[in-house]
Design a protein around this ligand. Structure first.
Ligand SMILES: [Cu+2]
Length: 158
């Protein structure tokens, strides 16, 4: 009898484990076909006081990319593009600073094509998306005074 109970318990445990795996896999979907972050190429942008390195980022249209913002400065910085045609936006490990696309911009109009991630000192934030239209897009930090001080760069979609 105890053996039967044990088997039941382990069956329940494995069902729960399977459900958890399914839930995690589900939350990974960003809204586009095959749009998981793991298949994206990775671009790292380092924020310092007060610059981005590199200042120019080149990516390819219709290819999934993850932009990782690493804050090596002494104050919070963000990485923002006000308007860019993208699909399947996913954000990871972002700090609590108006993370939703279209929300909480210090300046500028909030639209569906906005990308915005912020990282506290020593932290990393990441946004994954698929750019849909070749062109040049300005990225900058929305913290007051930072853009004027030089925290601005170009995202080139080729
Ligand atoms: Cu900044």
């Amino acid at each position: 009898m105890p053996a039967v109970i044990l088997r039941r318990v382990s069956l329940v445990a494995s069902l729960v484990a399977a459900a958890l795996v399914a839930a995690c896999a589900g939350s990974d979907q960003g809204g586009g076909a095959g749009s998981s972050a793991s298949s994206a190429s990775l671009v790292t942008v380092v924020a310092t006081d007060l610059a981005f390195e590199p200042r120019e980022v080149r990516i390819a249209a219709d290819q999934r990319v993850s932009v990782r913002l690493k804050n090596k400065g002494k104050v919070l910085h963000d990485w923002t593009i006000e308007r860019i045609p993208v699909t399947g936006v996913e954000m990871r490990a972002s700090d609590n600073h108006a993370m939703e696309p279209g929300g909480g911009m210090v300046s500028g109009s909030a639209g569906p094509g906005e990308l915005h991630i912020a990282a506290e000192v020593g932290r990393t934030a990441q946004i994954t998306f698929t750019p849909k239209q070749p062109g040049e897009y300005v990225f900058y930090c929305t913290v007051a005074g930072h853009r004027q001080a030089g925290m601005q760069g170009r995202l080139v979609v080729g």
